[in-house]
Design a protein around this ligand. Sequence first.
Ligand SMILES: Nc1ncnc2c1ncn2[C@@H]1O[C@H](COP(=O)(O)OP(=O)(O)OP(=O)(O)O)[C@@H](O)[C@H]1O
Length: 585
Amino acid sequence: MTALQWVFSFLKKYRFRLITALFLVTISCLLTIVNPYISGILVDDVIKGGQTGILPKLILLLIGTTIVRSLIKYRFLVIFESTSQNMLYSMRDYVYRRFLQEDFNFYNKNRTGDLMSRQTGDMDAIRHFVAYVIYSVYENSLLFIIALVMIFTVDFRLALCMIAVVPITVLLTRKQLTSVKSAFHNIRQRFSSLNTFVQENVSGNRVVKAFAKEDYEIQKFNRENDAYRDAELSAAAIWKKYVPIFEFLANFLTVILYLAGGIMVIKSYITLGKMVTVSGYLWMLNNPLRMAGWLANDYQRFVTSAEKIYATIKEEPGIKTPDNGVKTQRFQGNLEFKHVNYRADDDVILKDINFKVKPGQTVGIIGATGSGKSTLMNLLCRFYDVTEGEITIDGVNLKDMDLYRLRSNIGMAMQDVFLFSDTIEGNIAYGNPNCSLEAVMEAAKVANAHDFITAMPEGYDTIVGERGMGLSGGQKQRISLARALLKNPSIVVLDDTTSAVDMETETQIQEQLSSLSDKTVFIIAHRISSIKDADLILVLDNGRIIESGNHESLIDKKGYYYTVFNHQYGEFDRYVNGNLKEVVC
Ligand SMILES: Nc1ncnc2c1ncn2[C@@H]1O[C@H](COP(=O)(O)OP(=O)(O)OP(=O)(O)O)[C@@H](O)[C@H]1O
């Protein structure tokens, strides 16, 4: 399927409306011949022939035609506008759903600003095409043809003179379409880039301010702004060359008409009334010529935007829910990683990962930065697919499971906490929007968030800004944890979820979590204190599990885990009041 076929597939269901609208355009065009025709009769029969009795009828006909044409025009404009809005609505919806289906790789490849441009500027170019360009091209072509036919009926020699400009116009329009194509592509590229820049800078404004880089960012913005303006100007430089030529051709027609028509009137080949009729048709020839360049631009803008949108969404998502995937309502929580390897861009990220987890167990994952801990959990949620080996839950391969059932069985609190611009209650209830406030509070209590939330003046109704602005790192983490727990998942994944909370709060959270015996819990952490009570601890290094076991067995091994333990807990400070005390985080 090509980009244009894809766009037109959205118009299919409006085809009867469009045909009706084009039919109305045809009637409107046909009615335009009435006025020049009556003008000719006015000159020949009323002014020269003295038949003043028909004057009122002619005037009434003129007024009537004008009113009917205006009403028809209003009607077809409404149809084109509403069709364009409805079609755009469906297309925007389709593209948005497609964005939601896309996997992590898609979001790794595409910048947010680019995706926003697809949904805004590019969509608008398509709307403009449907609302305006389709009928304008049809109307102008039809007017031109009708005018030529009418001039033919008056005098074929005059019509032949007019036709002379047609091949030149067609040739020029085609040439303009080809010349502006790459310029419009460049414009869309620059617009996306500008959009991305603004989006990143607005999101990252705290970093900009913290480093006092406002001037530097303004310079960078100016470069983006310049590039966009230059792209628009270079496109304009191309199409501007064609505008005077089309203008010249339009005026040239007038000159031909008055010259050839004048001679014919003088030589009495045609009457003055016929000449008036023909000059009435002149704008129907002129206007399409003047419009040709602008419409060619609009069409090329539309094609470019359609291609951009289609190129973004045409590839099927790499990770899709299988047809007839297993739809387990609730997992028991028997999990197994069997010889799992994961490669990204030829880099080996995870190598030969093997481990088993029983329902209700807690698994701690520890290891150096970049050792593959989050990737392991991303594979469990099928954000990426294993390259070799398999992951099973309750004996079913993840790839054979319904993707949505799989993910709704897993509650994940991600390392990079993202909160929506909504109330705290809305954020916690995200996975289960119909739950009661009591359920939200219950989850918040387990996540040790209830106290700080109720201490706020607006409590659970407090609106958190974009990405959770206005909350501390630890508060955001606890809201994220409550959000993961409220889903009541059978598997909970906590990726560095308590890294920003103090030791005492962490201990309280762990106590609460240990009461959730019906859930299999994965805890990724850098602090031994976060995972020391886990049933199974996996130590990752460079994509491999280098040690596994419980806390005591790993201490006895005196390997990597033991070394980290000793780094984090000094020999002398290991116990204070009977509790582990952290020295180094
Ligand atoms: N889709 C991907 N494409 C390319 N590289 C990837 C991808 N996923 C992970 N990586 C790389 O794999 C390595 C492991 O990343 P991962 O996020 O799993 O580490 P981590 O152990 O969780 O680190 P941290 O403790 O800092 O969170 C990193 O070098 C990362 O850049």
